[in-house]
Design a binder for this molecule. Structure first.
Ligand code: NDP
Length: 284
């Protein structure tokens, strides 16, 4: 029977640490970590994410700068706003909630955020730094997964890890973080042949596909750690991951649930990055 990895518990203890460090930074040199959150349009899921980020700021004693902009806000206006925030000393992190409306080019926006304030770690400079293993900002979801694996007490060194999914925000940086910790890593995607066999040889299996019940027991090695990044909805509209939990759980040593696994970690890692951005401004 797999032991549940509680993202809630890991996240709660990390948040307590972040809160304490934020308070110390404020007491030491008057710097309050500040996060600007920009939402363009009315996407309901994005509104929830933005609200949760604001709540996290309140909880941790950060300053939240909120920009809820209309669907018709132009790309030029958005780039101008980012330019202003790039120069604002009270703002240490800038987050533009994705996806953006069709008339705004995501990559242009990401390139405009100052790499020093890019707390999502999406700017090519930060992506490159993650690649070489010398980075200021952690890629939030993969970094959250690393915390969850570490919370099991199992060493990643020398393990065979399989990451299913190769997106720029999850799969690729996930593989890099595991590689930096001396795992042997295979990345799988929709063109991968023998996917089930590859997954079934993993000591640590991370699924970031976006399809409910995608990972079944025949794809999992006895005693594996299984991390489910997926956020999907089942036929009843209930939140679920990529892993067929009831089928897979008995074979695992540790497994993350959905909800309550990777989900709570992503915002916590964003807060950690914002704190780090603020700490970089500490007078030497
Ligand atoms: P993308 O859609 O960008 O990537 C999905 C990946 O899965 C692609 O690389 C795709 O391969 C691969 N894939 C799709 N079908 C198959 C298949 N049949 N066999 C093998 N691989 C397949 O998604 P994201 O990376 O952005 O997100 C993945 C999941 O994680 C989603 O459910 C998302 O909601 C969730 N998520 C959760 C977060 C959290 O905080 N918990 C944060 C971010 C994402 P190919 O490249 O070949 O198309």
């Amino acid at each position: 029977m797999g032991k549940l990895i509680s993202g809630k518990a890991v996240s709660t203890s990390l948040r307590a640490e972040i809160r304490e460090k934020a308070l110390a930074l404020r007491e030491d040199c008057g710097i309050q970590p500040g996060l600007a959150v920009i939402l363009v349009g009315n996407d309901p899921a994005s509104q929830i994410y933005v609200r949760n980020k604001q709540k996290a700021c309140e909880e941790l004693g950060f300053h939240a700068f909120e920009y809820k902009l209309s669907e018709n806000y132009t790309q030029e206006q958005l780039l101008d706003l980012i330019g202003v925030l790039n120069k604002d000393n009270k703002v240490h992190g800038i987050l533009v909630q994705l996806p953006l409306p069709d008339h705004i080019d995501e990559q242009t926006v990401i390139h405009t955020i100052s790499p020093e304030k890019d707390v999502d770690a999406f700017h090519p400079i930060n992506v490159g730094k993650i690649m070489i293993g010398d980075y200021d900002f952690l890629p939030c979801t993969p970094a959250g997964v690393m915390e969850l694996i570490d919370s099991t007490g199992v060493s990643i060194d020398g393990k065979y890890c399989v990451v299913v999914g190769r997106s720029n925000i999850v799969g690729k940086p996930m593989a890099m973080l595991l590689l930096h910790r001396n795992a042997t890593v295979t990345i799988c995607h929709s063109h991968t042949k023998n996917l089930a066999e590859i997954c079934a040889s993993a000591d640590i299996l991370v699924s970031a596909v976006g399809k409910a019940d995608f990972i079944t027991a025949n794809m999992v090695k006895e005693g594996a750690i299984v991390i489910d990044v997926g956020m999907n909805h089942d036929e009843n509209g209930k939140l679920c991951g990529d892993v067929d939990f009831a089928d897979v759980e008995p074979k695992t040593s540790f497994i993350t649930p959905v909800p309550g696994g990777v989900g709570p970690m992503t915002i916590t890692m964003l807060m950690k990055n914002t704190l780090h951005a603020a700490e970089l401004k500490r007078p030497k």
